[in-house]
Design a protein around this ligand. Structure first.
Ligand code: NDP
Ligand SMILES: O=C(O)C1=N[C@H](C(=O)O)C[C@H](O)C1
Length: 268
């Protein structure tokens, strides 16, 4: 069966890499593309390549008016949830790459997806090595209770923390033992410098750094008396690392009913 795919965020950094990649798959067909500013143009051309005959729509609603199976979203934190709810309400499976959502948003999308009998795969980071970083950090958290997350990104990144750091912190908070660090509420000085607690219970402290020269790096920092472990991922300047993981998600998302979080769900 050919999987008919709509690419929302077709003219973005990641979307431009995915448009030719989706079109090149023998088991997929690119049937729609979304960008407000490129509406009416050919999506192959706006992605920097040859004409592919798929005209860009200005809204997801427009793109959904034709038949499709899966919507892929690499847009912006302020629109991704609305896109997800719209796509699943129209019976489409959804692959979410866009950052900015948290556990409560995903619970809402999960409910809507289950009600409509479709699958959603949301991964804060579709790169294989970033996914391994998360997996290794979750393994370490079973043995070392004290962990904090440092999130490094470009000066202009729209959201903080990054999706990568948020997913990691939320999952660490679910499995790690209580930390031995002094509670932030007992800290004097400027307690905000201890970062923000992300996740259930006391959460995991996340520190977001935003500076020119970073793309996205994420560190899980574990401490025990007299020793320390750092597990870190650094993203490079191209969107290539996210392509293979996103294609895998497009192929597999219809196997689910409801939302599954993290590329690692597909990696075993
Ligand atoms: N999960 C992962 O592995 C990765 C996630 N990301 C995340 O993906 C998201 C996108 O990143 P990136 O490609 O760098 O973003 P860009 O800013 O380069 O591109 C955003 C795209 O979304 C479109 N867009 C923006 N707003 C809307 C809207 N309201 N309706 C429809 N389309 C819209 C833009 O077109 P226009 O403005 O014309 O509408 C553009 O095509 C970010 O949240 C980023 O953090 C990034 C890399 C990897
Ligand atoms: O905004 C980005 O650039 C990226 N965002 C993703 C995130 O928020 O985690 C991950 C990706 O490495 C780059």
């Amino acid at each position: 069966m050919t999987i008919k795919v709509i690419m929302a965020g077709a003219t973005g950094w990641v979307g431009k890499a995915l448009i030719p990649a989706i079109a090149a798959q023998t088991d997929m067909a690119l049937v729609g593309a979304v960008s407000r500013n490129a509406a009416g143009q050919d999506s192959g051309v706006t992605a920097g390549g040859q004409k592919n005959g798929v005209v860009v729509s200005g809204t997801l609603a427009d793109a959904l008016s034709s038949a499709s199976d899966v919507v892929v979203d690499y847009t912006k934190p302020n629109i991704v949830k609305a896109h997800a709810l719209e796509a699943v309400s129209k019976g489409r499976h959804m692959v979410i790459g866009t950052s900015g959502l948290g556990a409560a948003d995903y619970a809402e999308i999960d409910k809507a997806a289950r009600a409509n009998g479709v699958g959603v795969l949301a991964a804060a980071n579709f790169s294989i090595t970033a996914t391994l970083m998360k997996r290794f950090a979750l393994m370490a958290a079973k043995y070392v209770p004290d962990v904090e997350v440092i999130d490094y990104a470009s000066a202009g990144k729209a959201d903080a923390p990054s999706g990568t750091a948020r997913e990691l912190a939320e999952m660490l908070a679910e499995i790690r033992q209580p930390a031995t660090a002094r509670p932030v509420s007992d800290v004097s000085g400027v307690p905000e410098t201890r970062g923000a607690a992300v996740g259930t219970g006391t959460g995991v402290q996340v520190h977001a750094v935003r500076l020119p020269s970073y793309i996205l790096s994420c560190e899980a920092l574990f401490g025990l008396p007299d020793e320390r472990l750092t597990i870190r991922h650094d993203a490079g300047s191209s969107a290539a690392p996210y392509v293979a993981g996103t294609l895998l998600a497009i192929r597999r998302v219809s196997e689910f009913k409801g939302l599954v979080r993290g590329l690692d769900a597909l990696m075993d």
